[in-house]
Design a protein. Structure first.
Length: 300
């Protein structure tokens, strides 16, 4: 079986924002392409295309993102130049909602997402959304583009996807046989369906972008079936983790998760401390290192 990064798509294309550029708000003087790529990846993890009934013969289209991170919601609003941010309480927790409901701004999102979505399940939901849009706006229907960009490490899409559904883990564990500490680090993404996308992400971070011949046992390695239709990719190899770090330094996370990532990166960069201290665990450097690891898990 040959796995290429483009196997999840219907055509090996790049992101195309030419249509969106024509409808960008006039006060947005410069378009941040990397941010738009990040935003699409984030939406494919956390966004919702909604069709609600206003009455029997009229349906309203809405776009919503719900998050605990208020700064990120306001950043999205500022970068795009439209939308609203509100907050609400659920189970004692304050959440923030970025929403778009006006037809003019829904049209802008249509042009932004059309032909630029990677996940099959999101493309299906978007197709329903755009069909409902065309039923209501006969003057300027939007033709659905049956294409998707290539999933690779040369855009901000994966950064956005990680911001939505990825995470970072580190743990110090005592090796009772050797009387030493062992560091376990992990990068993970949890996703409903889209098993093949997790395969591609795995190989992007582990094969230096080269096509790889694998057998059936390799396909499932590092990808776990948590429950029905839910899968989890876990990368623990030091070289693979370094590839994740290098990518996210080129295409940074945009929300609070970037703080967690930077701590995780520091842990990776300072793990040599464990070799230098050997069995002396009372040094200031080890205590600082252990505190860094413990704090990461509290914030994650």
């Amino acid at each position: 079986m040959t796995i290429r990064s483009s196997e999840t798509i219907r055509g090996a294309l790049s992101f195309n924002f030419s249509s969106y550029k024509k409808v960008v708000p006039s006060h947005i003087k410069q378009i941040d392409i990397s941010f738009l790529q990040w935003f699409i990846g984030f939406v494919e993890g956390d966004g919702s295309f909604i069709v609600s009934k206003k009455n029997k013969n009229n349906k309203q289209l809405m776009f919503i993102i719900n998050q605990k991170d208020p700064k990120l919601m306001f950043k999205i609003k500022k970068k795009l130049g439209f939308g609203n941010v509100t907050n609400y309480e659920q189970d004692g927790q304050i959440y923030y909602r970025y929403s778009v409901s006006s037809l003019k701004n829904i049209t802008r999102l249509m042009h932004l997402f059309n032909g630029n979505l990677i996940l099959e399940k999101v493309n299906t939901r978007f197709q329903t959304w755009i069909s409902q849009y065309n039923e209501q706006d006969f003057r300027s229907p939007i033709t659905l583009l049956n294409q998707s960009p290539c999933l690779d490490l040369n855009s901000g899409w994966l950064s956005g996807f990680i911001d939505a559904d990825g995470g970072f883990y580190a743990r110090l564990k005592i090796d009772s046989m050797r009387l030493t500490w062992r560091l376990n680090m992990k990068f993970y993404i949890t996703q409903k369906q889209e098993y093949k996308v997790l395969q591609v992400i795995k190989f992007l971070f582990s094969t230096d972008h080269q096509p790889l011949i694998i057998n059936s046992s390799d396909v499932t390695k590092n990808i776990y079936n948590m429950k029905k239709d839910y899968y989890r990719l876990e990368l623990t190899n030091a070289k693979h983790i370094l590839n994740v770090i290098n990518y996210l330094n080129i295409y940074p996370l945009q929300g609070n998760k970037n703080i967690i990532f930077k701590r995780w990166e520091r842990i990776y960069g300072n793990k040599i401390i464990l070799k230098s201290i050997k069995t002396n665990f009372h040094t200031k450097s080890f205590k600082r290192f252990k505190r860094l690891v413990d704090n990461l898990n509290l914030k994650s």
